[in-house]
Design a protein around this ligand. Structure first.
Ligand SMILES: Nc1nc2c(ncn2[C@@H]2O[C@H](COP(=O)(O)OP(=O)(O)OP(=O)(O)O)[C@@H](O)[C@H]2O)c(=O)[nH]1
Ligand SMILES: [Mg+2]
Length: 456
């Protein structure tokens, strides 16, 4: 079965598939109906499918452009499901340009971004999840992100969704039966429908939770560093990133804006966010900085509240740092950092280290405690990364969220409105089908594939 956009594809596309710049090899890929004649023109003969031909590439005036390897794939046994020619030449920009120009002269046009994968999707070679997985694999910035993209390519999420859609269909069949034969043992039927509906909602909500966790693996966990001015927030950022990411001075109010940096701990990205010191102030710039700090606090996955240990020996509820602590939205997300312990009595330090696990005493000045903080962050990430062997991006998550909203809005207890329930289920199922692309508008497809690079 081909996608409804299938009839739109008539032309032949060409693009460089390897990155631009210089390299040992450069690959130009051509896909479409004219590939056979283009191959004959540039190679001088008709290539055999799936055979590595070594030879010369011929220009418009029968000059030799370069020599290298040509691979021909006969449709439908190719990436796009169309005839494909891959020309492997030497990887210089001038040569590649020359070859692309030659394929255009022979009847191809330059491909749009992501157009090869778009054709693969339209010709039913891959679903949307796999197309996105290929893109994510190429763009991956950590091994875990790459591993997750592979799950997409292997179809793990597609399988989960296809099973879910089958459950939707089963439930809709039951509903149709209840609507058409209202007199038959309706209470039992209603009970069954209720059970299946709850099961479906639970499955969808589990999928949403796991998916949100998985997204964090790719985008990183946001750890926001906050505290009063001058407690050593920027020094902590610098100690964790091991570079001079932020300006450090002894003047309170040095950091005015939000500073973003990232580190990797065991392949998982941590986005570190340094903020302006939280205090009462009349200074306009500082006020804006503090407002931005609170915006970051609201978005945080975890917060490091830095306290100057030398000024917190007799800490009580009136201490400004405690006031900040009490204003934070979720106390479960907080680690207290007792900084500047080089300035305090080592006995107090020892007491703090051993007695309260969510307090980490450290000194950004001499580095004591930094490793302990990294181990602590690693533990937090573990809590944040319970994921199955599937992977979802932000688009998938939005879709799952929307489908779940529709199901949650429906008050199943009023089962007398059984037609409305059938309608909601149909709607939610269609929404979920947009993830694999089975039920996707042309606009959305364009939006997705336009984000890919040319040559993919
Ligand atoms: N003795 C000692 N001094 C430190 C330590 N960490 C930071 N400092 C000093 O504390 C002062 C303030 O450090 P910053 O990192 O700029 O503090 P901040 O919290 O970012 O300050 P604002 O950006 O103004 O809110 C600087 O003089 C640092 O050298 C530490 O562990 N021990
Ligand atoms: Mg600072």
């Amino acid at each position: 079965m081909y996608h409804k956009l299938f009839t739109k594809i008539k032309d032949t596309i060409t693009a460089q598939s390897t990155p631009s710049g210089r390299g040992g090899i450069g690959i130009v890929r051509v896909s479409g109906n004219k590939v056979k004649s283009i191959a004959k023109g540039i190679l001088g003969f008709q290539p055999k499918p799936r055979y590595a031909h070594y030879g010369s590439f011929i220009g418009n005036k029968y000059e030799i452009i370069d020599e290298g390897i040509a691979l021909f794939f006969l449709k439908p046994h190719s990436l796009t499901g169309e005839d494909i020619l891959e020309i492997q030449s030497h990887g210089g920009p001038i040569i590649i340009d020359y070859i692309i120009e030659r394929t255009i002269n022979l009847g191809a046009r330059l491909a749009r971004p992501g157009e090869f994968l778009e054709r693969a999707f339209i010709n039913n070679k891959i679903d949307l999840i796999k197309a996105e997985g290929i893109n994510d694999l190429i763009e991956a910035n950590s091994r875990i992100a790459a591993q997750n993209a592979i799950y997409c390519i292997q179809g793990n999420l597609s399988n989960i969704l296809n099973t879910l859609i089958k459950e939707f269909i089963k439930l809709r069949i039951n509903l149709e039966y209840a609507i058409n034969f209202p007199d038959e043992n309706i209470d039992f039927l209603k009970y069954n429908i209720f059970k299946k509906f709850s099961f479906l909602k639970k499955n969808l909500s589990n999928l949403l939770n796991k998916s949100t966790q998985n997204l964090k693996i790719r985008e990183g966990i946001n750890v926001v560093i906050i505290g009063q001015p001058n407690v050593g927030k920027s020094s902590l950022l610098n100690a964790l990133t091991e570079k001079e990411s932020a300006i450090v001075t002894d003047i309170a109010g040095t950091t005015r804006d939000v500073i973003h940096e990232y580190i990797y701990i065991h392949g998982i990205q941590i986005n570190l966010i340094d903020t302006a010191g939280l205090c009462e102030t009349l200074n306009t710039v500082e006020k804006i900085g503090i407002k931005r700090a609170w915006t970051e606090i609201k978005k945080a996955d975890h917060i490091l509240l830095v306290i100057d240990a030398s000024k917190a020996i007799n800490i009580n509820l009136n201490h400004p740092s405690i006031k900040i602590l009490l204003n934070l939205p979720d106390l479960n997300k907080i680690t207290i950092i007792y900084n500047k312990i080089d300035l305090i009595n080592p006995q107090i330090n020892e007491y703090l280290s051993s007695s309260i696990p969510t307090i980490i005493p450290l000194s950004t000045k001499n580095g004591v405690g930094i490793e302990k903080l990294k181990i602590h962050l690693k533990k937090i990430m573990k809590l944040n990364t319970i994921y199955g062997k599937f992977y979802t991006n932000r688009r998938h998550i939005n879709v799952i969220e929307n489908a779940l909203k529709i199901l949650e809005k429906n008050k199943i207890k009023k089962i007398d409105y059984i037609e409305l329930l059938a309608e909601d289920l149909r709607y939610a199922q269609n929404i979920i089908s947009t993830i694999t692309g089975e039920f996707t508008s042309e606009n959305l497809l364009n939006e997705i594939f336009n984000n890919f690079c040319i040559g993919k």
